[in-house]
Design a protein around this ligand. Structure first.
Ligand SMILES: [Fe+2]
Ligand SMILES: [Fe+2]
Length: 477
């Protein structure tokens, strides 16, 4: 269970007993490090950062905190320990022992799922690489780097699976993961949400809240996979993912808190918030709502088509389950059951029953939306506790979609279908405008004195490993 840091590649998979695999990964390692140097967090090589590192994969003992020089960070391969009796919980192989090798007939599907997941990990590091220039505090800078190194490790997790179980094409896919780049016109990342640049910290917090949460749901359904090494990799990744979403939730919460504090301090009424809060250097609640609308809608796209035969195949063959599969009370086969989905009928959105097997994407999207709403309610509590009359809201799932049936229509955040002309006229009310973005950008000024913080965000309430906000989380050398 413990992780050996004396090896070139720290791991708990007994890498040294497989010389061929060890050599393959040791060949990939310098390419990864070059990529990190070139496209990882800008100007971070010489910094000492107070980071947590995995030392064991046991539930309570895996996080170790200390200063780490960024260039000395040790990425490795950590899987949740195997349970030798594990059986497959769903699909036509239900009840059979989980696979320790890739079944030949599902090889290409499994490879595609692993590559798609793997591609998002370095993509987000690339998207966020310039944020260090404008960090609002040392605490936030440290959190950014923590997220970045863990996304780097998630890439290692997927590359290990490719190299260990998919032979030559696995090795080629591992190389390609470092060749595609976020926003690259010739070799972009696979999924669209991962080709947008994350230019400011409000976007970063929204991204880690909404887009990393897509990661949580994808990983959780892959953690149910009949392919045991994939399931075990994803289980360990989920423990790290929780921290990324925490950074997002508390980050947005602190921006909301600051807006409310400014409104109270300067007696600003909700109706005048946009102009007035900005006068005092805060981010007004209506603008926060616009960023929320954007990041939510881009992230719900990541779940794919509402009805999907690919998703049905993944489920039926036991390679990708549902969220919390083992806790769902049904036959786990879904051959005769139905699931309620929203459908476009003429110019209305209606609820219809669809075959449950084809609707597993939509079910995952439903689970995701419920989870997203929990944080929105916490943000609203901050607003109510401040005595302010304003409510943040998730937009309707049909709002601003690029994938699925709703991509064919335009609708407002409440889910009313509108004409293209009305969309053109009104979308600036719902999504960040050039002006909004320029304003947010104007606030992005680097603050790196311990205990100091930028004026658009409140300090955190929590601590990191018992260290308060004033702690020197990053040392510049
Ligand atoms: Fe990740
Ligand atoms: Fe993440």
């Amino acid at each position: 269970m413990s992780i050996n840091y004396n090896e070139k590649i720290p791991n708990n998979v007994d890498l040294s007993s497989d010389r061929r695999l060890q050599r393959a990964l040791e060949r990939w390692q310098p390419e990864f490090l070059n990529w990190w140097e070139e496209l990882g967090p800008e100007n971070s090589t010489d910094l000492d950062v107070y980071l947590r590192t995995a030392i064991s994969v046991k539930k309570d003992g895996w996080a170790h905190f200390d200063y780490v020089k960024m260039q000395d960070y040790r990425w490795g391969i950590f899987l949740t320990p195997s349970d030798s009796d594990r059986t497959i919980d769903f699909g036509i192989h239900k009840g059979q022992p989980a696979w320790q090798e890739v079944p030949g007939e599902y090889r290409s599907e499994l490879r595609r799922l692993i590559v798609t997941q793997g591609d998002t990990e370095p993509a987000s590091v690339e998207q966020q690489r310039q944020l260090g220039r404008t960090c609002p505090s040392l605490y936030d800078l440290r959190n950014l780097f923590q997220v970045n190194v863990e996304e780097g490790r998630h890439l290692w997790a997927m590359v290990y699976l490719l190299q260990a179980y998919f032979g030559r094409d696995g090795r080629e896919e591992a190389e390609a993961l470092l060749e595609r780049h976020s926003g690259d016109p010739d070799k972009p990342r696979i999924l669209e949400a991962f080709n947008e640049e994350t230019l400011d910290w409000l976007s970063f917090f929204m991204f880690t809240y909404f887009t990393d949460r897509d990661g949580k749901f994808q990983l959780a359904s892959l953690a149910e996979s009949g392919f045991d090494p994939l399931a075990r990799s994803c289980r360990f990744m989920l423990t790290e993912e929780a921290h990324h979403m925490f950074v997002g939730e508390t980050g947005v919460g602190r921006v909301v808190q600051r807006a409310c504090d400014l409104m109270n301090e300067h007696k600003i009424r909700s109706s005048a918030a946009e102009v007035e809060v900005r006068k005092y250097g805060g981010i007004d609640l209506p603008t926060i709502q616009k960023y929320l609308n954007f990041h939510f809608s881009v992230s719900v796209d990541l779940f794919g088509q509402e009805l999907s035969t690919n998703a049905a195949t993944y489920y039926n063959t036991g390679i990708k389950g549902r969220f919390g599969e083992s806790k769902i009370n049904d036959d786990h086969l879904l051959h005769d059951s139905s699931y309620s989905v929203l459908e476009l009928k003429g110019d209305h959105i209606v609820k219809v029953d669809a075959p449950a097997l084809n609707a597993v994407n939509e079910r995952l999207r439903d689970d995701y939306i419920v989870d997203c709403d929990i944080g929105v309610r916490r943000w609203n509590k901050i607003i109510t506790d401040s005595g302010i009359d304003f409510k943040l809201k998730l937009p309707h799932r049909a709002f601003q979609r690029g994938i699925g049936q709703f991509s064919e229509i335009q609708c407002d955040p409440q889910g009313n279908i509108i004409t293209q002309a009305e969309w053109e006229r009104r979308h600036h009310e719902w999504l960040p405008t050039q002006d909004d973005q320029e304003y947010i950008q104007s606030l992005m000024q680097k603050v790196t004195e311990p205990g100091k913080i930028a004026g658009w965000i409140a300090p955190p309430k929590g601590k990191i490993n018992r260290h308060p906000f004033e702690f020197e989380f990053v040392r510049f050398n």
